[in-house]
Design a protein around this ligand. Structure first.
Ligand SMILES: C[S@@+](CC[C@H](N)C(=O)[O-])C[C@H]1O[C@@H](n2cnc3c(N)ncnc32)[C@H](O)[C@@H]1O
Length: 303
């Protein structure tokens, strides 16, 4: 999407509109349809979900009530169900075509999952139900103000509940190392586009980052999410980080190479109500060891 407007000037409503348009497009929906059987393993989902669900189950007598926010085709929702079949899972997304992919999979594999067509703020602000686990998978980067979103989520979180943010990019995606690796891994056509864009930026007087072309729907990927700031700022939302890790997401081969280049470009954060940190404090050391032991690549724990 080419615009003369500065990146920072887009409003949350404009980003929402861009997301509605994007996830209605045939080529985007087709990508997720073909992705039904993941090309990559995304092992971090099952590792983190199993560890967190294990902690929640210890504190609860009832099945865990979970919601996959901006869940699209249901990757996180189905991963939650595979980790804990008793978990009551709700999937929320604004795109009916994405939810259709999830509906088909749920029916085909006989997975019990409630599916709701709604945008995230409307769902979090209009409903009254409480959840023990709220997941944002590859979702925070679609919002201008992830803190307001997390604040709305915190209001729907049970006292012992946890929020997981997973598979979002940190600011490393703007580093030359990341761009180089992305360039090397892309096909010929994408390489041509990247070279053209790069030359365009060198020779154009309008090459400032704020005026570069970018996809408004992917708002935060323009600069990457400052996960360090996020882990501090969530305090405003009454939340505290229990775990904050950076990792090298992607194809299995790439996840082995990236750590050697220092490219821990994705992050995951597990949060809870600030007043509930004490409830989990002692168990976090063992949880981190479990996560580290179960992942086939190196990760960096920030917290
Ligand atoms: C990158 S996809 C991720 C889908 C899924 N969570 C996953 O990990 O595969 C982003 C999804 O967020 C949805 N989305 C974007 N903005 C949203 C909003 N404001 N409310 C609800 N869903 C939103 C899109 O429709 C899309 O399905």
């Amino acid at each position: 999407m080419s615009k003369n407007k500065m990146w920072e000037d887009y409003t949350e409503e404009e980003i929402l509109k861009a997301n509605i348009e994007k996830y209605d497009k045939e080529e985007v929906v087709k990508f997720y349809q073909d992705f039904e059987e993941p090309k990559y393993s995304y092992i971090e989902y099952t590792v983190i979900f199993k560890a967190v669900l294990g902690l929640l189950q210890k504190k609860m007598q009832e099945p865990v009530r979970a919601v996959d926010m901006c869940g699209g085709a249901g990757k996180a929702a189905f991963a939650l169900k595979s980790c804990d079949p008793d978990c009551e899972v709700t999937l929320v997304d604004l795109a009916d075509k994405m939810l259709d992919i999830a509906r088909c999979k749920a029916e085909k594999e006989n997975i019990d999952c409630r599916i709701i067509l709604k945008d995230a703020f409307s769902f979090l602000e209009e409903e009254a139900e409480q959840f023990d686990l709220i997941v944002f998978s590859s979702a925070l980067h679609h919002f201008k103000d992830p803190i307001s979103l997390l604040e709305a989520a915190a209001k729907r979180l049970s006292p012992q509940g946890m929020i997981i943010s997973i598979a979002d990019p940190n600011t490393m995606i703007k580093s030359k190392r990341f761009l180089f690796l992305q360039f090397m891994a892309s096909n010929g056509q994408l390489k041509k586009i990247a070279v053209k864009r790069c030359l365009g930026n060198i020779f154009s007087s309008q090459g400032s980052p704020a005026e570069e072309e970018f996809d408004v729907a992917e708002y935060q990927t323009f600069a990457g999410i400052d996960d360090m700031a996020l882990s501090k700022d969530i305090k405003q939302a009454g939340l505290s980080p229990l775990l904050h890790m950076r990792y090298p997401a992607g194809e299995p081969a790439a996840t082995k190479i990236m750590p050697w280049m220092g490219l821990y470009w994705a992050f995951s954060m597990v949060m809870c109500h600030s007043e509930s940190v004490g409830m989990y404090h002692k168990e976090m050391g063992a949880l981190k060891q479990e996560v580290e032991r179960s992942l086939p690549y190196k990760v960096k724990f920030i917290i």
